[in-house]
Write a protein that binds this ligand. Structure first.
Ligand SMILES: CC(C)(COP(=O)(O)OP(=O)(O)OC[C@H]1O[C@@H](n2cnc3c(N)ncnc32)[C@H](O)[C@@H]1OP(=O)(O)O)[C@@H](O)C(=O)NCCC(=O)NCCS
Length: 181
């Protein structure tokens, strides 16, 4: 993957990150048992536009505590370089802990080590003397397996969030995991 480079996100990456998030999340929700219709309802186009605008402003105001790494693929299009965001990892430093907020790779890039590379770069910039926490859907076996491979263990805490409610009214269970420093 020598045409894929990892760097810190800049505001103009926001729209690419938003598309990646939607594309990658679709497979994740499917794995958690949601139907195509439920997934499409969860990502209305007007929400995506607003989210991207918010993210663009967010990135512009990032401090050293907000770490957003992006993987960008460069393709030559008639002599003109075109960039596409194909992966990202968002991590944050807090007073008492580190957190991993998101990790996504495009479906066609799964299983090639890109997620690990993104995670390693983001994790490497977190506080070394603090534990790192994250939330993952309990049914997201791929995500849970990935994080276990990186040394995370389940804390035993399970939660639900109204934002992740299917059309049957059932909310997806969230599992908390931790990597002790
Ligand atoms: C979860 C996700 C990021 C993993 O990406 P990936 O491309 O499969 O991971 P990588 O290829 O970088 O794998 C890195 C290592 O973890 C291992 N691994 C990945 N998934 C695993 C699993 N489910 N169980 C065990 N090991 C796993 C790989 O074998 C690899 O091992 P190696 O370093 O010994 O070669 C990807 O599937 C994804 O984007 N999913 C949708 C979004 C999502 O679920 N994000 C996480 C929750 S927010």
């Amino acid at each position: 993957m020598n045409n894929v480079k990892i760097s810190k996100a800049i505001p103009s990456d926001a729209y690419g990150i938003q598309s990646l998030t939607i594309e990658s999340s679709k497979g994740m929700y499917k794995l958690c048992g949601w139907s195509e219709e439920e997934i499409n309802n969860h990502f209305p186009p007007e929400k995506a536009q607003k989210a991207a605008e918010g993210l663009e402003k967010g990135i512009a105001n990032f401090t050293d505590d907000n770490i957003l790494m992006v993987a960008k693929m460069t393709n030559d299009n008639d002599g003109k370089d075109e960039e596409k965001v194909v992966g990202c990892c968002f991590a944050e430093k807090h007073e008492d802990k580190n957190t991993i907020e998101a990790l996504y790779v495009m479906p066609e890039f799964k299983g090639q080590g890109l997620a690990k590379e993104l995670y390693d770069k983001a994790h490497g910039l977190l506080d070394k003397n603090k534990d790192t926490y994250l939330d993952v859907f309990s049914l997201n076996s791929r995500g849970v397996g990935f994080y276990k491979k990186q040394g995370f263990v389940e804390t035993g805490k399970k939660t639900f969030d109204e934002r992740f409610k299917g059309s049957d009214g059932e909310m997806l269970e969230i599992t908390e995991m931790v990597l002790y420093n």
